[in-house]
Design a protein around this ligand. Structure first.
Ligand code: SAH
Ligand code: SF4
Length: 358
């Protein structure tokens, strides 16, 4: 009979306690194992200075042919952007799928941009991931493994810095893979492990209405970012096909519900595309749409992707002025890693051939 192995990285703290106690190991050893896996991000648990009962448990339970394994995605490529602050990792999963994880440094603070799926089913016209189609959801272990990988790389290059922020803005639609994403974030925010503050974790959604409502109902401690991009149904659904399923009205309604239930602010992302959604009229309509919602608008200048030719707009300053005048905070997302296709919407799991070495 084939043994179905479970990822140790995908287990919650309580599940680790159960796994240990099922094997007769006292629960209090869970903390040391959790620390070894999530904080010290050890490559080889067997070589660690663990207590004798834990060592025995690891030897009997973790590894090939045993009940548990640790996701060690193979690093296919590490690409440094010429901006000096952005690195993109191409990671190969156990089944050969390749995903991308990006590490960005701002003023010595590091943010990881994680993937939640291989590909994406939402098909936004300007997004390279959307254009590659949906391959599969990532498992909890595969999402946690990206944090572990980035933390390990950071420990090598900047030993005194730690990963502070996470954004679920890599490949995929995180609210389409709700359960795995939430469990993974619960694991990486645990103070006994990677300890990323929940308010420093942002989940960005294309507008997956039922799961925005679920996030509110479950009062998840993470930040919510909503990719809006259009101020009318027509404007939005020409860019975001899923707007036909969850229309603008139901999305705004869900956002209102989210704010009322949680008391939290929503970050609205707006990929600015010349001639599509950058006019002053659109900005005015956006202001009207967001009335009564505690909002922050984040403008993302369009990054070039294969198959979408809308140029980044010159009209951003005026657009921003109109939003700000209404009292809604509005900022421009800094452009990062464009030269190595690590910017928003540019991730599509291909090797990057550099013409110029950084
Ligand atoms: N699926 C989620 C998260 C991943 S995309 C979402 O859509 O929100 C992260 C952000 O990048 C989204 O706001 C998305 O609209 C934006 N984006 C996608 N393609 C882009 C491009 N070519 N240029 C600029 N931003 C883009
Ligand atoms: Fe998917 Fe987000 Fe890209 Fe749309 S923008 S295709 S939802 S990853």
């Amino acid at each position: 009979m084939n043994l179905v192995q479970q990822s140790l990285l995908g287990l919650s703290f309580a599940e680790i306690e159960i796994a240990l106690s099922d094997a007769g190991v006292l629960k209090h050893h869970a903390k040391a194992l959790w620390r070894a896996v999530h904080r010290d991000h050890a490559m080889d648990l067997a070589s660690l200075d663990l207590s004798p009962p834990l060592k025995k448990w690891v030897a009997a339970n973790v590894g090939e042919g045993k009940p548990y394994f640790i996701d060690f995605p193979g690093q296919e490529q590490e690409i440094h952007s010429n901006d000096g602050l952005t690195r993109k990792y191409l990671l190969r999963l156990q089944d050969g799928q390749v995903i991308e994880t990006v590490l960005m440094g701002y003023d010595g603070r590091f943010t990881a941009c994680l993937s939640s799926q291989a590909g994406c089913a939402m098909g936004c016209v300007f997004c390279a991931t959307g254009q590659m189609g949906f391959v599969r959801h990532l498992t909890v272990g595969e999402i946690v493994a990206q944090v572990r990988h980035v933390r390990r790389m950071l420990a090598q290059s900047h030993p005194h810095r730690r990963l502070r922020n996470i954004v679920l803005m890599g490949m995929g639609e995180p609210l389409h893979n709700y359960d795995s994403v939430m469990k993974a974030m619960d694991i990486v925010s645990d103070v006994r492990g990677a300890s990323i503050g929940p308010s420093r974790i942002a989940i960005s959604t294309v507008g997956f209405v039922p799961n925005i409502l679920r996030m509110a109902e479950e009062n998840r401690p993470y930040r919510l970012a909503v990719s809006l991009h259009g101020s009318t149904e027509e404007e939005r659904s020409s860019l975001v096909p899923t707007s036909k399923k969850w229309n603008l009205e139901s999305l705004i309604q869900a956002c209102r519900n989210y704010c009322d239930t949680t008391g939290k602010r929503i970050f609205f992302e707006w990929t600015l595309i010349a001639g599509k959604n950058d006019s002053p009229e659109t900005a005015e309509r956006l202001v009207a749409l967001l009335q009564g919602i505690d909002s922050h608008v984040n403008i993302i200048p369009l990054n070039p992707t294969h198959g979408f030719a809308g140029a980044a707009s010159e009209s951003g300053a005026e657009f921003q002025k109109i939003i700000r005048k209404s009292g809604i905070p509005c900022t421009f997302r800094q452009r990062r890693g464009i030269d190595v296709a690590a910017g928003c919407g540019m991730l599509k799991a291909g090797r990057v051939v550099l013409t110029k070495r950084p």
